[in-house]
Design a binder for this molecule. Structure first.
Ligand SMILES: Nc1ncnc2c1ncn2[C@@H]1O[C@H](COP(=O)(O)OP(=O)(O)OP(=O)(O)O)[C@@H](O)[C@H]1O
Length: 482
């Protein structure tokens, strides 16, 4: 709602109870609160109000609260309203002690996001009954106008479903949990159920991307990677950029990719949303939430190999991925099986790792900050990186030279480059909990050769929500490495 617009305030009925309902311009929020507590509930209501006030005061003292709930009331930010519609004709509502049947109700239903525990979201609905048709139309128009101003929300999506990812439930998850929410939000879709590996990637080279506000993949990290390769590859092809040149500046692609988790690890979804829940992801997509991600390009002898946004693993983790692919029939359990096998084999690799530390990056791989949407560390790092690049272009600072590179020689059990924390349900904090989603750098994690018991401790620490800094592990924030 534009600031300066008059507030809309009426007495409407919610679940048979008179409520003061308002659309508040300053807070861009829909608020409602019962006027009179139900009979018989006065005492508990008074206690509840008292408790709410105490909580309210405690929250005010402990800092800002996103949803400032008035005592006994509800506040829904307009940005979290999914849709508003005429209530179904023929609904029954309770007024006082009489049940009334309204054939043509003057009522509207607001569907909105309810925030649950642990980053989970669900869709809730509330119906407001109006005294007459004019009032009902006034509310529908005011809310509809506000929703029309949410311009970042997608209207038309291209959806790729991998029917073989994870527990092979991608199609079912989309049809049962996601499609109904999209239809509620008025999002139209074109759905392609993939028929073979790289179907989505190849298709993205051909489709008319201008038709869509976003590409959606229903699957796991492999499916996301497929769509990422298709989209980045397509944009480079259209702009005649050669991805084989490691020094080339890639053309940015402004179309967004959404993920509905239906894979085995769902690390990209978990690290960006905080949970791998299809409904939560669908609601974030509907509201138009977005998160910029660092993409790392991997080259070998001047040939482009792959893009990655999560973990690039050599040694233990690389071996697990390779081995687990052979046992895909085991489903998500293939990672446990491959991990156990690799742990027993205790392979190590001798070599030299060269890297260029990201001097301009704010934050450190060992600090306690956690990257979230709107992260200050990412914003500051990118600003410093851009400043550094501008200074280089003007000749104010020298270009990177040989001595900017560092090398570490040794015997390694694992060499990992974490572009993000790489959290997943098995490792809720991830491989590198302080890694950032969009700071232009990645964390290099070197696990030196160590005893089997120390390596087991290292693996267990990943699963028990703690980071670890044993003497056999190096952690460096870098920009390039060999
Ligand atoms: N129709 C298909 N048949 C066979 N493979 C497919 C098909 N569609 C996609 N794929 C491939 O399946 C691979 C794995 O898919 P996905 O990532 O969805 O599941 P997952 O491997 O179980 O999950 P995660 O990557 O999170 O561990 C992807 O690399 C993708 O290229």
């Amino acid at each position: 709602m534009q600031s300066g617009a008059p507030a809309l305030r009426s007495v409407l009925t919610v679940k048979g109870q008179s409520c003061e309902v308002s659309l508040e311009p300053e807070r861009a929020a829909l608020c409602w609160r019962e006027l009179r507590p139900r009979r018989g509930r006065e005492r508990s209501r008074a206690a509840e109000l008292c408790l709410t006030r105490v909580l309210h005061r405690a929250r005010a003292l402990t800092g800002g609260l996103k949803h400032q709930f008035p005592p006994g009331g509800h506040v829904v930010p307009v940005s979290e309203i999914i849709s508003v519609e005429d209530a179904d004709a023929g609904e029954t509502y309770h007024h006082g002690s009489n049940w009334q049947h309204m054939c043509k109700p003057h009522a509207f239903t607001v569907h909105y996001v309810q925030r649950m525990k642990k980053h989970r979201w669900s869709c809730k609905a509330v119906t407001f009954w109006c005294s007459d048709e004019v009032l009902c139309c006034q509310w529908l128009k005011a809310l509809g106008d506000l929703l029309d101003r949410q311009t970042c929300r997608p209207k038309h999506l291209l959806v790729y479903i991998n029917p073989y990812g994870g527990k092979k439930k991608g199609k079912q998850i989309y049809e049962r949990k996601v499609a109904p929410l999209f239809s509620l939000a008025g999002i139209s879709t074109e759905v392609i159920v993939t028929e073979f590996a790289n179907h989505a990637r190849d298709n993205l080279y051909e489709v008319n991307l201008d038709k869509y506000d976003g590409i959606l993949c229903v699957g796991g990290d492999g499916m996301f990677s497929e769509v990422l390769h298709g989209l980045i590859g397509r944009v480079q092809k259209d702009t005649a950029i050669d991805p084989n040149d490691p020094d080339v500046v890639l053309s940015p692609c402004d179309i967004r990719i959404g993920i509905i988790p239906a894979g085995s690890t769902d690390c990209v979804c978990f690290a960006t949303v905080g949970v791998n829940d299809p409904v939560t992801s669908a609601l974030h997509i509907i509201l138009g939430d977005s998160q910029v991600l660092d993409v790392c390009a991997v080259h070998r002898k001047k040939r482009f190999l792959k893009y990655t946004v999560s973990n690039l693993g050599y040694g233990f983790y690389g071996d697990i991925l390779k081995s687990s692919e052979k046992n895909r029939w085991l489903g998500p359990a293939r990672y446990d099986f491959a991990g156990f096998k690799m742990f027993l084999s205790r392979n190590w690799y001798e070599g030299t790792v060269s890297f260029q530390p990201a001097k301009w990056a704010a934050g450190s791989p060992r600090d306690l900050t956690r990257c979230r949407s709107g992260c200050d560390v990412c914003r500051q790092s990118i600003a410093q990186l851009e400043e550094h690049q501008r200074a280089q272009a003007r000749g104010l600072v020298r270009n990177e030279q040989e001595d900017d590179w560092k090398t570490i020689k040794g015997k390694f059990m694992a060499v990992n480059a974490a572009n993000m924390c790489c959290a997943c349900p098995r490792s809720p904090k991830g491989l590198s909990p302080a890694a950032h989603l969009a700071d232009g750098a990645a964390d290099l994690i070197l696990v030196h050769k160590c005893s089997r018991i120390n390596f087991l401790r290292h693996l267990i620490r990943h699963t028990n929500k703690k980071d670890q800094d044993p003497p056999f592990r190096d952690k460096i924030r870098y920009i390039f490495f060999f």
